[in-house]
Design a protein around this ligand. Structure first.
Ligand SMILES: [Zn+2]
Ligand SMILES: [Zn+2]
Length: 291
């Protein structure tokens, strides 16, 4: 946690999600391997896993910090994330949910805004201010990600999330956030737009489609008594074919002043490490609040 830039994963699913497969020890090991300082657990319609993992991390005095989040399913099937939660979310519409998240002192993020089935903006953009949204989600198609880019012009805060359901997907999209007090406070300041957040992620080819996960209905086809064993075999097979992450590329350069955006200084294809170094140097040379 010595680095001046924190590496933050804002969207992943523990095994408490109906379709998630990231166990506690897998989270710990993979976060260390991928140099993640902070991870937000954002399970579907529950905070039980996030609370449980947070309790275990605190008991173990682990350096990894965890943000309790939830990816809430609204009445129309849209997904909306609340971060820094204390209680499970109940609301079924975006305006009500945003109020509910704020009443807990939390922060609202629109994940995969233009995903065909669960994107909250797929039909219309609400007249709301101060929202965070995913400018990059590696499970979306390239076209869905491109559609989200102009949302930054509404004054909304662009962030990224891996939407990891399996451990190998953790850290496919990382937010770089300047350390400011505690790691949790640093993330909060960035999501409130008070300090910049830059997004790096795995490269996506032109025309690349959305990624599909194993559908939950296939899981339901396995008899209940066999599911624990089937899950073990499934995870073993996944780990056997674990691929190393490709170098992450810059998806969004966090800046308060667009004129000074470092995007123009970063060479396309610059390595993950070079991008981080670049931001650290920019941060030293620029006034607070700018990269
Ligand atoms: Zn989702
Ligand atoms: Zn998700």
């Amino acid at each position: 946690m010595k680095a001046s830039l924190l590496r933050v994963e804002l969207h992943c699913h523990s095994e408490f999600s109906f379709d998630g497969h990231i166990g506690y020890s897998e989270l710990l090991a993979t976060a260390a391997k991928r140099r993640l300082d902070v991870v937000a657990i954002t399970d579907h319609d529950t905070i039980a896993g996030a609370l449980e993992y947070q309790r275990r991390l605190m008991k173990a005095s682990a350096t990894l910090r965890l943000i309790v989040g939830e990816e809430r399913t609204l009445a129309d099937g849209s997904h909306v994330i609340g971060l820094f939660l204390r209680e499970p979310l109940l609301s079924l519409t975006l305006p009500a949910l945003r109020e509910e998240i704020a009443s807990q002192g939390g922060i609202c993020v629109i994940p995969h805004p233009y995903r065909a089935v669960s994107g909250a903006l797929r039909e219309r953009i609400p007249e709301l201010t101060g929202l965070c949204f995913e400018i990059f989600n590696p499970t979306c198609s390239r076209q869905e990600n491109c559609l989200a880019e102009p949302l930054a012009q509404r004054g909304w805060i662009p962030v990224g999330g891996s939407d990891a359901h399996y451990r190998r997907d953790l850290g496919q999209c990382v937010n770089l956030v300047a350390l400011d007090g505690t790691p949790e406070n640093s993330v909060r300041q960035a999501l409130l737009g008070r300090s910049p957040v830059s997004v790096i992620g795995v490269p996506q080819r032109a025309g690349e489609g959305a990624r599909r996960h194993i559908r939950p209905q296939y899981r339901a086809m396995v008899p209940k008594s066999l599911r624990p064993a089937a899950t073990k075999i499934f995870r073993y097979l996944l780990s056997r074919f674990d691929r190393p992450l490709p170098e992450l590329e810059l998806k969004h350069a966090g800046t308060v002043n667009v004129e000074n955006s470092p995007r123009q200084h970063v060479h396309p294809g610059a390595s993950d490490e070079r991008i981080e170094k670049h931001f650290a140097i920019e941060k030293q040379h620029q006034p607070r609040g700018q990269f």
